[in-house]
Write a protein that binds this ligand. Sequence first.
Ligand code: AMP
Ligand code: MG
Length: 304
Amino acid sequence: MGKKKKDKDRDGKKARRKDEEGSGAASGTPFSDALRVGDGFVLADVDPRATPAFDGDKQAGKEALLAADAELDDLQERLYAGSKEGGTRRVLLVIQGMDTSGKGGIMRHVVGAVDPQGTQITAFKAPTAEEKEHPFLWRIRRALPEPGMIGVFDRSHYEDVLVVRVHDLVPPAQWKRRYATINDFEQGLVEDDVTLIKVMLHISADEQKVRLMERLERPDKHWKFNPGDLDEREHWTDYQEAYQAVMDRCSPPHAPWFVVPADRKWYARLAVQQILLEHLRGLDLQWPEADFDVEANKQRLAAM
Ligand code: AMP
Ligand code: MG
């Protein structure tokens, strides 16, 4: 869709943009390193207004986000092109967070900047009757990205140890087993050429209150409000404990979580974009070599 046309002038332009402004006011530490969950992680110690790995203000953050779009687009296309030549690599970005934490904004402003043909977004709601008849990972497996694709989960299998744990939607003995089940599942994904990136958007209770009130005060946001969100808000502490348990039990070195402070929307979007970019860069994605004789085809075309 117009993509191939852009290619010719893109590469040179892209490289320049990256040098000139791509890193914006980044402090030098990769976002992934600043935000990765390791041993001894304490969610309650993360300041939701902090901006790790970025020294700039809101304006600089918004500019840095836009400046990196081209590189993201380029790397996605390389990933996709590689799969056409038999590459099996794919990316899965999992986004979790409390209501109003900005998951939708990540879909629009970060994932939305990438070619829609190369991305595959799945939003997980409360399981349907059919989904309930299957093990909790059934619907997750069906939504995994194909080789060459960037899959994005708006909520995920983690709901099965978050909302399910907070409300005991299944007996505790059952949800307690799921941490180990999830670790095994994710280990399998990583072995199966999935670059797994798990992001929690971390907002404060105060910021959630502001965002929920905005949804109530603005008629154009009423559609986003669900009275049930207030019931969930009453369980804020239980949810924070459930997230802490996820970080304690499901953040091994091969499939770590990244906790992104999200009270500032501009920062959360930039951080998720940069974490995704850093992972894509790490794949060292090359354009596949032509499996035809380029010179012979040039000569043939020139003579036509
Ligand atoms: P939203 O993301 O605002 O559209 O809301 C989706 C709702 O689906 C949230 O309230 C989630 O807690 C709920 N949900 C997602 N996955 C599950 C699950 N596995 N079990 C129960 N509820 C879920
Ligand atoms: Mg909602």
